[in-house]
Design a protein around this ligand. Structure first.
Ligand code: PLP
Length: 395
C-alpha cells in the first residue's frame, strides 16, 4: 500500500518532541544515561492523595463508563476550584471532563467550526495545534511571534493576518505558552478576548500551564472574556503531574454543553473513569501543598539552566515566566548553528535530549531549541554539567 492510499487529513507532521523521546528512550535501553529535557512532562508522580484515591476507587468502584460530561463530583470540585483560584463563578454544568486537553481541542473544534474555517495560532506554538486543525480539515492561520513583539500576540496582529488570509473564525492561544513559557498580561488577555468577542470569533484559551508560574499568577480568560464566545481547555497533565492519566477538562458556554455532550458520547463515550476519581483528589488542599513544592523545584531548575546557557553564550531566551520550558536562539551562540543538527549532536555526544525549534515554528524554528526543565533537581544538575562541557567546546 502506498502512502497515497491514505487520507490527506492523516498526512500531518509528526510531533518531533515525541520522536526525540522515542530515540532517547531507545538509547537509554542500550544502557546510556540520557538527560531527558525533550518532553514536557514532570518526573514526579501524581500527588499522594491522588494515588490513594485511585487505589480506593479500584477496590470500591465499578470503573465503568461515566456520563459523557464526566463525574458530577469532579465537575463540582472543579467549579469550587475556580471560585477559590480565580474568584469566578462557573456552574458545574459547564465543565466537560475530557481525555486530556488533547481531546478537548477536538471536541471544541468540532463543536464550533465547520470544515475549512480558519483558526489562528502562533508560531512558535504547541505543534499539535496546527496538526489537529489540519487533520480536522480546518485551516490554520499562523501568526509569527518573536523578540520584536515580545513573543505575545495583539489584536493588531490578528487584523494584519485577516488582511492576508481573510476572516479568522477562532483564535487558539496558551498563556503561559509552549515552547516559550511567555505569559500574556491580564490587560493583553482582556484585549485579545474582547477583540474576539467583538469580531464574533471563538476564543479558545489553553490554560494547561496555569499553576506553573514564576513571576505573576496567570489570568484565566474566564476572568476577563465574554463567556459566550469562550472555551477554556485545561488538564491535569502538567501542574497536577498526571500526564499519563489522560484527564483534562474544558469549560464551554451553557448553550454548547449539549453539543459537546453528543460529540463526546460518540467520539470517546467518556473520559477515563479511574482518572476521574483520582482527579477529584488532585483538587484538595493536601494535593495542592505537594504540588506547590514542584513549582519551587521548577523555579530552581529554570534559574540554574538559564544561568548555564547564558554563561555559555546562549543569551537570547524567551521570557520564561511560566510552564517549564526555555526557548533559546542558537544564533546568539553562533549564526552557523542549525537546530536539528545541534540537537542530534547534543544527544549523541552529551546524552542530552532536547527538541529542535522546527517542531514549534516551521519557518523560523531552525535556529531555536527548546529545553524542558520539569525533571528532578539532580537530573538538571547532571544536564547542566554536561551542557557546560559540550557548549564550552563549541565556543
Ligand atoms: C500547550 C499544550 N497544550 C496541550 C497539551 C496536551 O496535553 P494533554 O493532552 O496531556 O492535556 C500540551 C502538552 O504538552 C501542551 O504543551
Amino acid at each position: 500500500m502506498t502512502s497515497s492510499s491514505f487520507s490527506r487529513r492523516g498526512d500531518i507532521a509528526s510531533f518531533l518532541a515525541m520522536d526525540v523521546m522515542r530515540e532517547a528512550n531507545q538509547l537509554q535501553q542500550t544502557g546510556q544515561n540520557i538527560s531527558h529535557l525533550e518532553v514536557g512532562q514532570p518526573s514526579t508522580k501524581a500527588p499522594r492523595v491522588v494515588l490513594d484515591a485511585a487505589r480506593y476507587a479500584i477496590d470500591s468502584e465499578l470503573i465503568g463508563y461515566t456520563d459523557a460530561l464526566g463525574l458530577d463530583d469532579l465537575r463540582q470540585a472543579l467549579s469550587a476550584y475556580y471560585h477559590t483560584t480565580y474568584k469566578v463563578d462557573v456552574a458545574p454544568e459547564r465543565f466537560v471532563i475530557t481525555t486530556g486537553s488533547s481531546a478537548g481541542f477536538i471536541l471544541a473544534f468540532l463543536a464550533c467550526l465547520d470544515a475549512g474555517q480558519r483558526v489562528a495560532v502562533t508560531a512558535p506554538g504547541y505543534p499539535a495545534y496546527t496538526n489537529i486543525i489540519q487533520s480536522l480539515d480546518l485551516t490554520p492561520v499562523t501568526i509569527a511571534l518573536g523578540q520584536e513583539n515580545n513573543w505575545t500576540l495583539t489584536p493588531d496582529d490578528l487584523r494584519d493576518a485577516e488582511k492576508t488570509h481573510g476572516a479568522i473564525d477562532a483564535l487558539l492561544i496558551a498563556s503561559p505558552a509552549n515552547p516559550t513559557g511567555t505569559m500574556l498580561s491580564k490587560q493583553a488577555l482582556t484585549e485579545l478576548s474582547l477583540d474576539c468577542a467583538h469580531a464574533g470569533r471563538w476564543f479558545f484559551s489553553d490554560e494547561i500551564y496555569h499553576g506553573l508560574t514564576y513571576a505573576q499568577e496567570a489570568t484565566s480568560a474566564l476572568q476577563v472574556g465574554d463567556h459566550n464566545r469562550l472555551i477554556v481547555m485545561n488538564s491535569f497533565s502538567k501542574y497536577f503531574s498526571m500526564t499519563g492519566w489522560r484527564i483534562g477538562w474544558m469549560i464551554v458556554p451553557p448553550q454548547m454543553v449539549r453539543v459537546v455532550e453528543r460529540l463526546q458520547q460518540n467520539l470517546f463515550i467518556s473520559a477515563p473513569t479511574l482518572s476521574q476519581y483520582a482527579a477529584c483528589a488532585a483538587l484538595t488542599q493536601s494535593a495542592q501543598d505537594e504540588l506547590q513544592k514542584h513549582v519551587e523545584l521548577y523555579r530552581h531548575n529554570r534559574d540554574k539552566l538559564i544561568a548555564c546557557l547564558q554563561d555559555k553564550g546562549l543569551t537570547d531566551i524567551a521570557p520564561a515566566d511560566g510552564a517549564f520550558y526555555l526557548y533559546a536562539d542558537l544564533h546568539s551562540l553562533s549564526p552557523s548553528l542549525e537546530s536539528e543538527t545541534f540537537c542530534a549532536q547534543l544527544l549523541k555526544e552529551a546524552q542530552i535530549a532536547i527538541t529542535p525549534g522546527v517542531d514549534f515554528d516551521k519557518n523560523r524554528g531552525a535556529r531555536f531549541v527548546r529545553f524542558s526543565f520539569a525533571r528532578a533537581a539532580n537530573e538538571i544538575d547532571l544536564a547542566v554539567d554536561r551542557l557546560n562541557a559540550f557548549l564550552g567546546l563549541l565556543r
